[in-house]
Design a protein around this ligand. Structure first.
Ligand code: GLP
Length: 241
């Protein structure tokens, strides 16, 4: 089942998204949250911090597993996804540090399976937050000839590196060429999925992903086969719906 929530502005977008996550934690204190980076979830994490500060949500029993990490950036690097999660969320809430997991950017190919084992050991993901790339990627599952099921190393496409250059002084050469990403099966096994999308630039890919054929050329299209997806988007991103 696919449900679409339409936010009228960034504030409402953040509030609706944070509320969904807070409700998940309230329903199951030890929830495993699958978390995403990128600019899209920032308002949601900000609101989640506000909800925590006002005593409305308690993360002390929760776990988190992040979708992806760049290869070659240390956790202290300002553009690493570990650093992103610390500064936007983890440092401001009471989740226990040892219960937060981000794939290791230096993960050797043969060790990637440990991340999937970790997710299984935690009992699976209760709610997976996703953004969507301009080319339809989820996590760093780039358009390909096939869906890659489990955690793997990816070579980033030129378009993704260009899109993310804004975080690297607008210099594409500074953007890592590879990443480690959770695979499509791990994402699809999540009990609930919250897909976030904002901005006019993503209107076409969001529409195609949710209404076109299911194809590894648009990795997010696989979400049509999931039984509990909530799409939270703003008016601009939903302009073709
Ligand atoms: C990034 C991340 C994704 C993210 C997407 C969109 O490269 N790997 O997890 O969802 O691209 O990012 P943004 O929200 O900044 O547009």
């Amino acid at each position: 089942m696919l449900q679409i929530l339409r936010a009228k502005d960034q504030t409402q977008f953040g509030q609706l998204g944070a509320r969904l996550i807070a409700d998940q934690i309230k329903a199951k204190a030890q929830s495993v949250l699958g978390l995403a980076t990128g600019s899209t979830p920032i308002p949601l994490y900000r609101e989640l911090v506000n909800l925590y500060r006002s005593g409305e949500v308690d993360f002390s029993q929760a776990h988190s597993v992040n979708l992806d990490e760049y290869v070659g950036l240390s956790p202290e690097h300002e553009q690493s996804y570990r650093y992103f999660m610390q500064t936007h969320l983890f440092d401001h809430i009471n989740i226990r540090p040892e219960r937060t997991h981000v794939p290791a950017g230096d993960c050797a190919a043969q060790d990637c399976g440990q991340y999937d084992q970790l997710i299984r050991d935690l009992g699976g993901i209760d709610m997976q937050v996703l953004g969507i790339g301009l080319n339809g990627h989820i996590g760093f599952n780039e358009p390909d000839d096939r869906f890659i099921p489990y955690t793997h190393r990816v070579t980033l496409t030129e378009s993704t590196r260009r899109a993310n250059a804004r975080f690297f002084e607008d210099k594409i050469d500074l953007v890592p060429t590879a990443a480690v990403s959770m695979g499509i099966c791990s994402i699809m096994h999540a009990r609930r999925i919250l897909l976030l999308c904002t901005g006019e630039a993503k209107a076409r890919i969001l529409y195609d992903a949710l209404n076109g054929d299911i194809t590894p050329r648009i990795p997010a299209s696989i979400l049509q086969a999931h039984r509990d997806v909530t799409v939270l988007a703003d008016e601009a991103a939903l302009s073709l719906f």
